[in-house]
Design a binder for this molecule. Structure first.
Ligand code: NAD
Ligand code: IPM
Ligand code: MN
Length: 351
């Protein structure tokens, strides 16, 4: 039996996870996709229950799963904890070698008018940020903090850069065959190696065009000419920042999903946003980030392309009717949007 480990996490995490699982369960009810769920703790919820953000039991469940779904972690309640919720997520990524974080950015027809950026600049935008997820300044040692001095270390090995580059080039081969490698090679040593390895790897993909861009100017072009991008490949922290910036194009952070891929074949799927403490518990969070995370799981882990397409179609129909959460200018609740998507999906399956 296919096993999915579900990590709801904190804040809006449980609310949007319920939405994602609600949609997935339609396929089970209709006999189209069977699975069992193992729900485990991560983040603040795990700190509260067992005193640490990533219990061994959670890791063991993930390691014996076919895929992992994660809601979101973190929140002000745990900001002063010795080990914060975020440490649990980072440790999970590291321990499961989830090195390639794929963050698709598409400006849909239904949402194009919701961005603060002019419509003609962003209509048709369709790119993917491939973010290196297990290296760089997030994990480098030494790391020190005292009252007068602090130190973080950014480290990348050739091997780490090469594998994320290959992921980006292979993805580009299935798309418009362009890779933009983003770095800060005018300043950073890690970026100089990044650029050199990008050039070397590109030799193996002659059908794909490689261009380099400095991260500061990339941040600007992403807003002014986002249609120029196909696949952006970048290191951990640049990818984190650029992907939240990209959410401005799509109207809301609440519509962006990601897959974190590992060579083990056990992948993790999660929204790109956080636990949104400002709206948690109000039933107003946009469930689309989690529902799209479920479709990414259906495609990347289970090759269930038709099922994922059906969910996309159901979401599109619901959005066309103006049924949206507050972040997209609507006044429907999380559970209402989910209910309408469920109904559309059942209709699509039936017809
Ligand atoms: P955030 O992404 O949680 O929220 C930023 C803004 O976007 C908020 O105004 C929030 O209401 C809005 N937003 C986010 N998701 C939404 C959704 N689905 N629907 C509607 N609006 C949505 O960022 P933050 O407030 O800076 O961070 C809050 C906590 O989340 C922090 O503890 C942070 O470390 C954590 N975090 C976790 C993850 C993760 O679990 N992968 C990612 C980012 C941040
Ligand atoms: C993300 C988040 C995480 C990150 C935090 C919560 C550690 O911002 O998934 O984008 O920085 O990777
Ligand atoms: Mn982030």
């Amino acid at each position: 039996m296919t096993k999915i480990t579900v990590l709801k996490g904190d804040g809006i995490g449980p609310e949007i996870m319920d939405a994602g699982l609600n949609i997935l369960s339609v396929f089970k009810e209709k006999g189209l996709f069977d699975y069992e769920i193992s729900e485990e703790l991560v983040g603040g919820a795990a700190i509260d229950a067992v005193g640490k953000p990533l219990p061994e039991k959670t890791v063991e469940s993930c390691q014996s799963s076919d895929a992992i779904l994660l809601g979101a972690i973190g929140g002000p309640k745990w900001d002063d904890c010795k080990e914060r919720p975020e440490a649990g997520l980072l440790a999970l990524r590291k321990q499961l070698s989830l090195y390639a974080n794929i963050r698709p950015i598409q400006v849909s027809e239904e949402l194009v008018h919701l961005s603060p950026i002019k419509e003609d600049r962003i209509a048709g935008t369709d790119f993917v940020i491939v973010r290196e997820l297990t290296g760089g300044i997030y994990f480098g040692e030494p790391r020190q903090l005292n009252d007068t001095e602090a130190l973080d270390t950014c480290v990348y090995t050739k091997e780490e850069i090469e594998r994320i580059m290959r992921a980006a080039f292979e993805l580009a081969q299935t798309r418009r065959k362009k890779v933009t490698s983003v770095d800060k090679s005018n300043v950073l040593a890690t970026s100089k190696l990044w650029r050199k390895v990008a050039e070397e790897v590109s030799q193996d993909y002659p059908d794909v065009t490689l261009e380099h861009q400095l991260v500061d100017s990339c941040a600007m072009v992403m807003i002014t000419k986002p249609k120029e991008f196909d696949v952006i490949v970048t290191e951990n922290m640049f990818g984190d920042i650029l992907s939240d910036e990209a959410s401005v194009l799509t109207g809301s952070l609440g519509v962006l999903a990601s897959s974190s891929l590992s060579k083990t074949g056990i992948h993790l799927f999660e929204p790109i946003h956080g636990s949104a403490p400002d709206i948690a518990g109000q039933n107003v969070a946009n469930p689309l980030s989690m529902i799209y995370s479920v479709t990414m799981m259906l495609r990347d882990s289970f090759k269930q392309y038709k099922l994922a397409d059906m969910v996309d179609e159901a979401v599109k129909k619901v959005m066309q009717k103006g049924i949206m959460t507050k972040d997209l200018g609507g006044n429907y609740s999380t559970t209402d949007v989910t209910k309408y998507i469920r109904e559309e999906l059942i209709e699509i399956i039936g017809g």
